[in-house]
Design a protein around this ligand. Structure first.
Ligand SMILES: O=c1[nH]c(=O)c2[nH]c(=O)[nH]c2[nH]1
Length: 303
């Protein structure tokens, strides 16, 4: 006899743009987000018995995303996501959890003739600032903040040697290679009791994002990288140190390979090892290296 083992539903890919206008200075601020909001609760009968009386329509969920963006600040996204999720628990007794994912896209203020422009912006990369909020009845609010899509590359200061060599190995050891990845770094906050607690001291979220971003950039640049694994671990250690209210920090990093090209077939040109200048960027396959670092050791979870 089949039984519903798990169920959640809602609206995905809700695009929202909020313009905040400072009437005194004339300076405007733009926040563009993509929101996903999924609900859980006593909704089984909508699946098993065609009972729509338990369904808050996904269209209404979309409307609520807009209304809450109007009623509350959307910055930092952690606060907006918490208010939005909390709303569904406060309003519908049969809803037991709301899962809100917010992706904030970059609109960076233009500098015109050396001065910040009051209402013009440009997209300076695919990097996003994200939050995943889980608001659960009786369990408070769990927040995971992240940076994604920040593409970085260093042209030296990275090697990879000493790895397993056996009959499956063709990769040569290297003491100098290009290292490139798209940063996906997340940090999970200690649980908050409710949306008011998230709101109180909300500056913590921008500070953590700024610290994490600075640590990632600096460590990527200055570390004499032995491997993606070791460099990401060093970043996690520093993020945990910089942000005491965070329980875990983690990464999922593609290793975007840049292969050396042997051009010796053409007039004996030297283009490998210390003579390498022209490389072939690979679109795939790529390595994918993940980790999560917590404050006190526990068991290594298999991800
Ligand atoms: O930093 C790296 N870690 C690996 O696990 C790995 N494997 C590989 O082929 N190249 C690399 N580089």
């Amino acid at each position: 006899m089949p039984a519903l083992a798990s169920a959640r539903y809602g609206k995905d890919n809700v695009r929202v743009c909020k313009v905040q206008r400072d009437e005194k200075t004339g300076v405007q601020t733009v926040t563009e987000m993509t929101v996903c909001c999924l609900l859980e609760g006593k909704i089984e009968t909508s699946y098993t018995e065609a009972d729509n009386s338990v369904v808050v329509a996904t269209d209404s969920i979309k409307n609520t995303i807009y209304i809450k963006a109007k009623e509350h600040p959307v910055n930092p996204p952690e606060v907006y996501a918490s208010h939005l999720g909390q709303h569904f628990l406060d309003t519908y007794p049969h809803i037991t959890a709301a899962h809100v994912d917010v992706v904030v896209h970059r609109w960076t203020r233009m500098a015109i003739d050396g001065a910040p422009h009051p209402h013009s912006f440009f997209r300076d990369g695919q990097e996003t600032r994200n939050v995943e909020a889980t608001v659960a009845r009786g369990a408070g609010i769990d927040l995971k903040s992240s940076i994604a899509g920040l593409s970085v590359l260093k042209s030296t200061g990275s090697g990879f040697h000493g790895f397993v060599r056996d009959e499956f190995t063709t990769l040569p050891e290297t003491w100098d290679r290009i290292l490139s990845t798209d940063i996906d770094c997340s940090w999970a906050w200690k649980r908050f009791p409710d949306a008011a607690a998230v709101q109180q001291g909300a500056e913590r979220f921008d500070k953590a994002w700024e610290s994490a971003r600075a640590i990632i950039m600096k460590t990527f640049a200055v570390d004499e990288s032995a491997s993606v694994q070791n460099t990401m671990y060093k970043m996690c250690e520093q993020i945990l140190e910089a942000v005491p209210e965070v329980d875990t920090a983690g990464f999922a990093l593609p290793n975007k390979h840049y292969f050396e090209i042997d051009l010796s077939w053409h007039k004996g040109i030297k283009n490998t090892g210390k003579d390498a200048e022209v490389y072939a960027p690979q679109s795939g396959p790529n390595g994918l290296i993940k980790c999560e670092v917590s404050r006190d050791v526990a068991t290594l979870a298999h991800m």
